[in-house]
Design a protein around this ligand. Structure first.
Ligand SMILES: CC(C)(COP(=O)(O)OP(=O)(O)OC[C@H]1O[C@@H](n2cnc3c(N)ncnc32)[C@H](O)[C@@H]1OP(=O)(O)O)[C@@H](O)C(=O)NCCC(=O)NCCS
Length: 224
């Protein structure tokens, strides 16, 4: 039972350590042989369900490859969150530009959409294998920006960056956190809802013909 729990924790953590999980799954697939159980003859009724179960685990991991795919190729994936250095600011901006164009390009203007040039030195960046894969920027009680490169999504980067941004806002003394998101960005809205954010209001953009959502997260118990 302990081994099973440890293994399921491995699989549960696969978004951070996907290759490890894949290797563990494949190794588990081979486990019956270690106990002398072959996939033929009289052991078939035992080995076949075992093998199918492990195939399901491997497939499940591979499905996650769709969202965390590039990183699966590289083995263990330690992720660091820190402030960008001055020489990294162009790279930070490039990450933001890439994701903004991917998510919102063509919605109110063709790509490349305008992206702020300044303020990124106050952001927090997520790095995997030395590459910037995500950015969060806050000011006052606001989460101003949260962008994760497509190939790094589903790996827990957004969650950790959001937690970092939220902690920064709370450290400034705010009890209610706020953000704005384009109404059509359903995936991001669901992501925020999943992390305890609620919709405060819907309102039209001041310049473009799109609607925005204002979302909030309150630390006061009776306002959740
Ligand atoms: C939204 C975004 C930041 C999420 O980042 P991510 O790295 O893909 O998300 P994570 O891997 O950290 O997800 C962590 C958790 O959120 C959940 N989650 C992620 N996307 C979700 C979605 N669309 N709906 C519901 N839950 C979601 C995951 O299931 C996971 O939950 P768990 O930890 O309880 O298992 C990222 O997809 C992104 O950058 N999107 C494009 C840019 C964008 O829209 N930014 C927001 C602009 S306001």
């Amino acid at each position: 039972m302990t081994t099973l729990l440890a293994f399921s924790k491995f699989v549960g953590d696969f978004r951070i350590l996907p290759t490890t999980s894949l290797v563990v799954s494949l190794a588990a697939f081979a486990t019956p042989w270690l106990f002398g159980i072959s996939y033929t003859g009289r052991w078939m009724p035992v080995a076949l369900p075992l093998s199918l179960a492990w195939v399901a685990v491997v497939l499940f991991t591979l499905v996650r490859l769709r969202v965390c795919g590039l990183w699966l190729l590289f083995g263990m994936l330690p992720m660091f969150i820190r402030r960008p250095q001055p020489q990294e600011l162009n790279s930070v901006r490039a990450v933001v530009q890439t994701v903004v164009d991917e998510v919102y390009g063509g919605l109110w203007a063709p790509s490349p959409l305008p992206v702020d040039d300044e303020g990124w030195e106050l952001s927090w960046i997520a790095l995997m294998r030395g590459t910037i894969v995500g950015v969060v920027l806050t000011s006052g009680e606001w989460v101003d920006d949260l962008w994760v490169l497509r190939e790094a999504r589903g790996c827990g980067v957004g969650k950790r960056l959001l937690a970092h941004g939220e902690a920064e806002i709370v450290a400034r003394g705010h009890e209610t956190l706020k953000l704005r998101v384009v109404q059509s960005n359903v995936a991001a809205i669901e992501f925020y809802r999943h992390h305890g954010w609620r919709i405060a209001r819907v309102f039209p953009h001041e310049k473009f013909r799109i609607n925005l959502l204002e979302m909030f997260k309150s630390l006061r118990k009776n306002e959740t």
